[in-house]
Design a protein around this ligand. Sequence first.
Ligand code: NAI
Ligand code: MG
Length: 359
Amino acid sequence: MTKNVLVLPGDGIGPEIVAQAVRVLDAVNEQFSLNIQHESALVGGSAYDETGSPLPETTLAKAKAADAILLGAVGGPKWDKLDMSVRPEKGLLGLRSNLELFSNLRPAILYPQLADASSLKPEIVAGLDILIVRELTGGIYFGQPRGIRILENGEREGFNTYVYNESEIRRIGRSAFEAARQRGKRVCSIDKSNVLEVTVLWKDVMEEVAKEYPDVELTHMLVDNAAMQLVRAPKQFDVMVTGNMFGDILSDAAAMLTGSIGMLPSASLNAEGRGMYEPCHGSAPDIAGKGIANPLATILSVAMMLRYSLDAKEAADAIEAAVSQVLDLGLRTADIASKGCETVSTQAMGDAVLAALKA
Ligand code: NAI
Ligand code: MG
């Protein structure tokens, strides 16, 4: 059966890094006979320039029909003065909400070759490989009622509502357990069940989900302790699953443990396992057009896409191994440049990954 990938290069360095990622996708497609087809469409500022909308109808229709989406990045100073409703970021948010991408997978991987990029001691982070699964469409960021009101005594009061229902918890739980099955088979669920009722329910439902996955181990941790443990001994984790707000904070902290934003991929999945894959970084307008951007986060996003949406784990493993091999060879783009290593261009990094795949 043919699988369809929609490629959305976007703005800034987006087209440069996506071009390298598509070469890698084409290579594994052939090598592993995956039967993947892809086509490109406009999103973000470049879509606005051409059509007046950051998410044209044709792009949305193609996104809905695709098995997976590969996105570069959107935005840049050129569009910063536009009205909120047509800013490039609206294109991204529109895709997330229209496709109901509730499960955000954010790996924090530190290749041993890059251990000196982290602000933590090499022995604490070298070889770090954890996955944070963050609920993305519910929780306190969306709960109603919300607002700022005036009390009877004239004082202002701000309020938000932290709410999750069972089915929302169950589906993000399953997403985390499915991901754990593809990795180290351990899930740590993060809550604040000593204070917040929502997370007492969260914890209970995670226990119920765990029964469906006897091959995966479930543990629980309070979020404040989790923050400490991420910095103290991050390698103890395999998959961490948590709600929208805790996940926002913990995933950024975990990402920074690796120190190199040009290396981090991400996925946002819906209930059918279809998803959007993109690097964690933005469109880097400061280096756009110079041919020096690091394409590895986008190439690694292709690996995630193969693993989680296209049922091609072997090809995903091959890409990740190729990236590691290229780092072994001492090749670095400028953002991860290091003494004694060779600094290479975006294109040369793509060439090197392709060569490692063929070897
Ligand atoms: P950024 O991630 O684009 O850049 C931060 C710094 O990291 C810059 O110095 C940049 O040169 C560097 N950098 C980022 N990716 C790199 C790569 N692959 N290789 C080498 N260096 C890299 O974040 P910033 O500067 O805050 O935002 C720039 C634009 O990107 C803004 O318009 C922002 O709205 C947009 N943005 C888009 C995102 C998305 O499409 N998902 C996410 C974050 C920001
Ligand atoms: Mg954040």
